[in-house]
Design a binder for this molecule. Structure first.
Ligand SMILES: NC(=O)c1ccc[n+]([C@@H]2O[C@H](COP(=O)([O-])OP(=O)(O)OC[C@H]3O[C@@H](n4cnc5c(N)ncnc54)[C@H](O)[C@@H]3O)[C@@H](O)[C@H]2O)c1
Length: 360
């Protein structure tokens, strides 16, 4: 399969995106002339795929390689400071390039370093998880966690090149399940060709369709982001579909439930809330469940986590300033509306979900 290359407009900039199999070797061709090359790579990815990743440390005497223990605990000010210290000690100039290879956590930290070191280094992103390819590498946001608050520090900053190498997605089906929560979300937001594509594929034939799925997802996210790049006019918040409940589930389960499962279940519960108040076509719930089943995403048992724990977490997380939050809800596949949702309505939705899917 030939690699596909296209230009993705993003907030007035043009990002080049290359999608293909076994294409990480192309990084060396893209590097160009810079004073230094800062190469940040996930330790896990290096262990798994080392032979496929070009030895950028041979780029020249001015290559600085930083190997990272990824996962959420990477995204701290302490790790940020450690990296900045290395760059200062090595006298990395502003005319330098940062290349990162890793999942969303490496991307969030690397993006913040690239955005802030000397007010901006050029960056190439090589996202290695499905979630990072379809979601976190697109849209300019980077982030660090602080004082138990996720992504509370961050900027908007884009790579000029994104290399989506599909070989990385072949390591484990967990990686696909994890990212498919977001892909299913895009298919419900966009409907049409995207919904058809996601419906006709499954976990077993995912790799035959991964190039299309990644490309279509990127375009859907970029289209929404470009209408509200700085997250100010409410358009970008459509991307929170499924996430109000998902964050409640993840918080209440103290991180025991994976993001992909939480988002897929969040999409179902939120559709129940919409349906209960006459806003959602009832069949949408079954359609979401079918997609989750096709990709082997196991539903979360809400009754095991507890409606009250989830509610408590959502109320602390979201400011229900006037007794409600604005929550995106699917009226239908391809038609997202925003509902004013109270705690009571969320509790009703969670209890309906338990009654209809956990007590049968
Ligand atoms: N900036 C944004 O817009 C945005 C959007 C969504 C999510 N995020 C952030 O992304 C992060 C989650 O990203 P993630 O799910 O990629 O997590 P991650 O970076 O922690 O990666 C998950 C695990 O997969 C491993 N891994 C990476 N590539 C692999 C591969 N090819 N095969 C097997 N294992 C591999 C990693 O070593 C890690 O253990 C969160 O911190 C979240 O806040 C950011």
């Amino acid at each position: 399969m030939d690699a596909q290359r296209f230009v993705l407009p993003m907030n007035g900039e043009n990002i080049s995106v290359v999608i293909g199999e076994d294409i990480t070797g192309h990084i060396s061709e893209e590097v160009g002339h810079y004073d230094s090359l800062v190469f940040m790579i996930s330790r896990n990815v290096e262990e798994m795929f080392g032979s496929k990743i070009p030895p950028l440390e041979n780029y020249g005497s001015s290559t600085i390689k930083i190997t990272l223990n990824d996962g959420e605990s990477l995204k701290t000010l302490r790790n940020y400071q450690r990296i900045i210290k290395v760059l200062v000690e090595k006298k990395v100039s502003r005319n330098s390039l940062l290349v990162y290879v890793g999942g969303g956590t490496v991307g969030d930290l690397a993006g913040f370093v690239a955005a802030t070191y000397k007010r901006g280094l050029r960056m190439i992103a090589v996202p290695t998880t499905l979630l990072a390819q379809v979601d976190s590498s697109i849209g300019g946001k980077n982030g660090l966690d602080f004082s138990d608050v996720k992504n509370v520090i961050g900027t908007f900053y884009n790579p000029y090149l994104i290399i989506d190498d599909l070989q990385f997605l072949k390591s484990t089906p967990d990686l696909i399940r994890e990212g498919m929560g977001e892909v299913i979300k895009y298919s419900i937001i966009a409907g049409g060709d995207m919904f058809r594509k996601v419906s006709e594929c499954s976990l077993s034939n995912f790799h035959d369709h991964s190039a299309d799925i990644v490309k279509m997802s990127i375009k859907i996210k970029a289209d929404i982001v470009n209408r509200d790049y700085y997250d100010r006019n409410g358009v970008r918040s459509i991307l929170n579909l499924g996430h109000t409940i998902a964050h409640g589930i993840e918080g209440a389960s103290k991180g025991q439930i994976s993001h992909g499962r939480a988002v897929a279940t969040g999409l179902m519960v939120e559709a129940h809330i919409g349906e209960k108040y006459g806003n959602t076509r009832p069949e949408v719930i079954d359609e979401i469940m079918k997609l989750a089943d096709n990709y082997g995403i196991e539903r979360v048992r809400i009754s095991d986590i507890g409606v009250n724990s989830i509610l408590r977490y959502i109320s602390n997380d979201k400011k229900m300033s006037e007794g409600y939050i604005n929550m995106p809800v699917p009226a239908d596949i391809g038609n997202i509306i925003t509902m004013k949702v109270t705690e009571r309505m969320i509790s009703d939705g969670l209890n309906t979900f338990i009654r209809e899917h956990e007590r049968k």
